[in-house]
Design a protein around this ligand. Structure first.
Ligand code: THU
Length: 161
């Protein structure tokens, strides 16, 4: 019997002003995308922006529904839009931000489990790591090097043969 260990490292920036200009611009796009959110039920609005291998930036926001489970997160809105418009492009970097009526947007949020699974598929499909930039409207910014770090033991397309 042996023990395996999974760990990963990520970068923590004190605030967005410490970011490289391209990363700061992408985070700004994610923050801007928050304004397109439709979140009348949770009042928690999420914006996402990704720069693709073809240089195009694609955005997404959460789109809720009166039948709550039908709602879709910002990340998967973005993934569907990117895959539809640019099926041959990989995602290089994806930024996520948020605001909410009942919370202070002063720390990063990270993608839900369902989005991690979708992001993992996009990463596999693109054939390159997707970098993640996670931040609120203010405060610390996390940069994670690959979705694989967020979803150890993922069920991947390779399992299907
Ligand atoms: N949500 C996202 O869009 N992305 C996340 O990373 C976390 C949660 C949305 C789903 C729902 O519309 C609202 O935030 C509250 O969960």
């Amino acid at each position: 019997m042996k023990h395996n260990r999974v760990e990963f490292s990520y970068s923590v920036y004190e605030n967005a002003s410490e970011l490289a200009p391209a990363d700061a611009a992408l985070l700004d796009s994610a923050r801007e995308a928050i304004t397109q959110a439709y979140a009348p039920y949770s009042k928690f609005r999420v914006g996402a922006a990704a720069v693709l291998s073809n240089g195009v930036t694609v955005t997404g926001s959460n789109q809720e529904n009166a039948s709550y489970p039908v709602g879709i997160c910002a990340e998967r809105t973005l993934l569907a839009s990117a895959a539809h418009q640019f099926p041959d492009a990989a995602i290089d970097t994806l930024a996520v931000s948020y605001d909410g009526d009942f919370v202070k947007s002063d720390h990063p949020i990270s993608p839900c489990g369902m989005c991690r699974q979708s992001l993992q598929e996009a990463e596999t499909r693109g054939g390159r790591p997707i970098r993640l930039i996670l931040a609120g409207q203010e405060g610390e910014v996390f940069i994670i090097n690959t979705i694989a770090d967020l979803l150890p033991f993922a069920f991947t397309p390779t399992e299907l043969g």
